[in-house]
Design a protein around this ligand. Structure first.
Ligand code: DX5
Ligand code: ZN
Length: 215
């Protein structure tokens, strides 16, 4: 059974709290919060206040996905806000090992995000330092984008590299995840399905979470 991480980007932003609680009740495992700066990506989204407020109402781990430049600068404010997992994009950070150490020093799980046009071969050097991996199957920036089919091969290759190095961390997939792509992703070796539109854009958030969880 896959774990489901509900990406609030696709929520009705006037109802984020109640929609997160519905996803939690339906069995979602993680809340995924995309933080965008208008520089690394065009879009601008959430700040630390939302993380702190969600922390008060949900027991689920809060996973902050930094889609921004200079992630080190943003780390202290999201650590203080109560992030449980912080993931930054590899191509947004020239010294990733340093950032990974800083995240861990703050007592937070450190995740690494890899965009759809980057290969995963560098993983072998990063695996000893990470607690989780987000492979993106869309370009960072928006929900509801076209899904890159190359992701399946990338998931398989990541599993191979983990087998070769003997270091296994959970593999999450972010972008275009629904029951069809999700099924194939789980077969390829994905552990966590990050889903925005297919959960919060569905007629029933509850049914959508349950269908993904069942994969
Ligand atoms: C995109 C974000 C995703 C986004 C995925 O930059 O990282 O988390 O919410 O959205 P869907 O599931 O709609 O493709
Ligand atoms: Zn994301």
């Amino acid at each position: 059974m896959a774990k489901v991480s509900a990406s609030i980007l696709a929520c009705d932003h006037t109802k984020i709290g109640e929609q997160v609680l519905e996803a939690e009740k339906a069995g979602a495992d993680i809340v995924h919060i995309d933080v965008m700066d208008g520089v690394y990506v065009e879009n601008v989204t959430f700040g630390p206040q939302l993380v702190a407020d969600l922390k008060k109402i949900t027991k689920l781990p809060l996973s902050v996905h930094m889609e921004l430049v200079r992630p080190e600068t943003f780390l202290p404010m999201f650590a203080k806000a109560g992030a449980d997992i912080i993931t930054f994009q590899l191509d947004a950070c020239p010294n990733p090992l340093h950032m990974l150490r800083e995240v861990k020093k703050a007592g937070i799980k450190a995740g690494l995000g890899i965009g759809p046009s980057y290969d995963v071969e560098r993983l072998r050097y990063l695996l000893p330092h990470i607690d989780g991996l987000i492979l993106m199957s869309v370009e960072p920036g928006y929900g509801g984008q076209p899904f890159e089919e190359s992701i399946y091969e990338k998931v398989k290759r990541s599993v191979e590299i983990m087998d070769e190095t003997g270091i296994h961390v959970p593999i999450s997939i972010d972008g275009g995840v629904n029951t069809v792509t999700g099924k194939k992703l789980v077969e390829a070796g994905a552990d966590i399905l990050i889903a925005g539109s297919s959960v919060f854009g569905a007629d029933s958030i509850t049914d959508a979470v349950k269908s993904l969880k069942a994969l």
